[in-house]
Design a protein around this ligand. Structure first.
Ligand code: SF4
Ligand code: SF4
Length: 76
C-alpha cells in the first residue's frame, strides 16, 4: 500500500503558520504564491510527509486532506 500523504487546498490557507510549527517532519513550507483571498499558502513536501495528520488537526481553516495514498480519504 502506498504511504498516506497530506494535500493542501491553497484557496483556504490564511498563512498563519501553525501547521509548519507543528509538523514533526518539517514537511510543510510557505510558498510565495498568493491565493485569491490575498494570502500566501503552504505546500507539502511529498517526499518528506508521513501522513501523520497533525497538520489536519491543527489547521483552523480546513486546508488539509489526508489520503491513504491510493485516492481514498482518511481525514478531510
Ligand atoms: S501529515 Fe504530518 S508529516 Fe505530513 S505535512 Fe501534515 S503534519 Fe507534516
Ligand atoms: S495552519 Fe492552515 S491556515 Fe495556517 S498556514 Fe497552515 S494550512 Fe494555512
Amino acid at each position: 500500500m502506498a504511504l498516506s500523504k497530506a494535500y493542501v487546498d491553497p484557496e483556504r490557507c490564511k498563512s498563519c503558520g501553525l501547521c509548519i510549527a507543528y509538523c514533526p517532519k518539517k514537511a510543510l513550507e510557505m510558498t510565495d504564491e498568493i491565493n485569491s483571498h490575498g494570502y500566501k499558502h503552504v505546500q507539502v513536501l511529498e517526499d518528506v510527509c508521513i501522513g501523520c495528520g497533525t497538520c489536519y488537526t491543527v489547521c483552523p481553516d480546513g486546508v488539509f486532506t489526508i489520503t491513504d495514498g491510493e485516492g481514498g480519504k482518511i481525514h478531510g
